[in-house]
Design a protein around this ligand. Structure first.
Ligand code: GLC
Length: 540
């Protein structure tokens, strides 16, 4: 396969609102990102993905854009963003921006003109007449309630798959598509290195036929975007495609088809919810399901396409609280197991800010602490289904998006050093124990383990093995024990990872090679058992 720079990159996701505040408004900003570039360089990541920093009324924390061509003053200025890019490039770090193309904010000038009755702009969005005083259909918004919002002056409804302040764009209108492509080229011309494309599997939707993800025209639109924006540029693109299965993923990430470099698929994310129900209907994770899903995707894209591997992001709870162990006795060990597995799989690894410190989710005490529109809307919806407030709160604690959005914990000073003002979202009180300052330069820290894993990927002798080596699962008789190999030419890497707090009997006679990294001291590693949350990687 043709080699690309993003095959051996490690991407770090920055959620700007919560990264580092330098202006004192309680919200992270572009200058805060610049200030922390040396920290990121120290970690060794070489691509930053920034969640949106464009102009926004913040109804959905920036995923509601009111001007695609400018930075919101809360975050800084366009000049700051250019400086950030230069400073990053000077350190060998690339930056990809977030592109929200499925919808705009209701404060975008296109939507305002549409509301003023301008037919040209009205056709930028999706409108339908109601039926006998009811919405055009029963389609529900992902953020609760009807996906149709009535506008009295027009006597019509507009369509919104997310909040009612995020009207969906009409992708069937070629003018809309060209406007978006023009904007994409604006950012590429500034020198940005690519994009993460928000809910991009929805652009081919057919509202009247109730087809949303993977609509008939989706691939055509993506290929058109490729021709008009990415062709001839050495950029990286990752499409967020919640509805993707292996077949779709192959189509999207096969370089021959000229669509995206890779995609985020969410099959794994749904393993701890009741099948066929909303994400709020909790179910305990079966580790066999998790392993099998990883194996399925590793095998599925082994010949064609490319995986992106991640444990969490700004929409998902922190993995340590979700599937790991936050007990102080195991927290660091458990975080290192996730790190070791993430960086040993085939595909591009993504680290979500704070994951490299073993940050945990905050257990919200009551609804008043929440900020996320999805959770706030959900409360009303589920009260309507008869759920008690305790049950609702429990679901939000486990699955709510504010969970992973609490500010970065830089040091043990007030607010974890994130801001010297009131933070927009509360800081997890465990910042005194879990923070960057105490971990950088500390040999045994979670940070250093991530750093070492990233170094391995970059190290010439085994870089190719880690990046391009074939994945092979080695079946075990314990669901919490995940053993797999990577093979390339004569080289062989074996990963033995225990996702539980139990000692697991394990005859590892087939493992040959030297230990290249482990979260236990080498002397303590024996041949016939795996210790609680032990991860050990062997190289032959
Ligand atoms: C994506 C984003 C999420 C946002 C939604 C609507 O899933 O990651 O944060 O709310 O799209 O834009």
């Amino acid at each position: 396969m043709e080699r690309k720079w993003w095959h051996n990159s490690v991407v770090y996701q920055i959620y700007p609102l919560s990264f580092k505040d330098t202006s004192g408004n309680g919200i992270g900003d572009v200058n805060g990102i610049i200030e922390k570039l040396d920290y990121l360089k120290e970690l060794g990541v070489d691509v930053l993905w920034l969640s949106p920093i464009y102009k926004t009324p913040l109804d959905d924390n920036g995923y509601d854009i009111s001007d695609y061509y400018d930075i919101d003053p809360l975050f800084g200025t366009l000049e700051d963003a250019k400086r950030m890019l230069k400073e990053a490039h000077d350190r060998g770090i690339k930056i990809i921006m977030d592109l929200v193309l499925n919808h705009t904010s209701d404060e975008h000038v296109w939507f305002k003109k549409a509301l003023d009755g301008d037919e040209y702009y009205k056709d930028f969005y999706v409108w339908r007449k109601g039926k006998d005083g009811n919405p055009p259909s029963d389609v529900q918004s992902i953020f609760s309630g009807s996906a149709w919002e009535y506008v009295e002056e027009m006597d019509e409804y507009f369509f919104h798959l997310f909040s009612k302040r995020q009207p969906d764009l009409n992708w069937e209108n070629e003018v809309v598509r060209n406007e978006l492509y023009k904007m994409i080229n604006f950012w590429l011309d500034l020198g940005f290195d690519g994009f993460r494309l928000d809910v991009i599997d929805l652009i081919g939707k057919e509202v009247d036929n109730k087809i949303f993800s993977n609509g008939p025209k989706m691939h055509d639109y993506i290929q058109e975007m490729y021709r008009k924006c990415f062709e001839g540029r050495d950029v990286m693109t990752v499409g967020e495609m919640g509805g993707a299965n292996i077949e779709m993923a192959k189509l999207v990430s096969d370089p021959e088809r000229k669509e995206f470099s890779m995609l985020f698929q969410f099959e794994m994310i749904a393993l701890d919810q009741v099948k066929g129900k909303s994400k709020w209907e909790l179910k305990e994770l079966d580790f066999d399901d998790l392993k099998n899903n990883i194996i399925k995707w590793q095998d599925g894209l082994s010949e064609v396409g490319w995986n992106s591997n991640f444990w969490n992001n700004h929409d998902q709870p922190r993995v340590l609280s979700r599937w790991g162990n936050t007990d102080p006795k195991y927290r660091e060990l458990s975080a290192k197991v996730f790190a070791g597995v993430l960086h040993s799989l085939r595909g591009t690894p993504y680290v979500y800010q704070g994951e490299e410190l073993g940050m945990t989710g905050y257990k919200f005490n009551d609804f008043s602490e929440l900020k996320d529109v999805e959770s706030l809307n959900m409360i009303e919806e589920f009260r309507g289904y008869g759920w008690s407030d305790e049950k609702i709160l429990e679901s939000i604690r486990v699955k709510g998006r504010d969970n992973s959005r609490t500010p970065m914990q830089w040091n043990d000073s007030n607010n974890g050093g994130f801001t010297n003002n009131e933070p927009w979202l509360l800081v997890n009180p465990n910042y005194k124990e879990i923070n960057a300052e105490s971990q950088v330069g500390n040999d045994n820290s979670v940070f250093t383990f991530y750093k070492k894993m990233i170094e391995l990927r970059k190290k010439s002798e085994i870089s190719d093995l880690l990046v391009y080596g074939k994945f092979e699962n080695i079946p075990t008789n314990n669901k919490y024990l995940f053993v797999f190999q990577r093979k390339l030419d004569m080289q062989e890497l074996t990963v033995v990872a225990n996702f539980s707090n139990e000692y697991i009997k394990y005859d590892n006679e087939f493992i040959s090679g030297n230990i290249i990294i482990s979260n236990y001291d080498e002397e303590k590693i024996t041949g016939n058992e795996v210790k609680p949350y032990q991860i050990t990687i062997y190289l032959k």
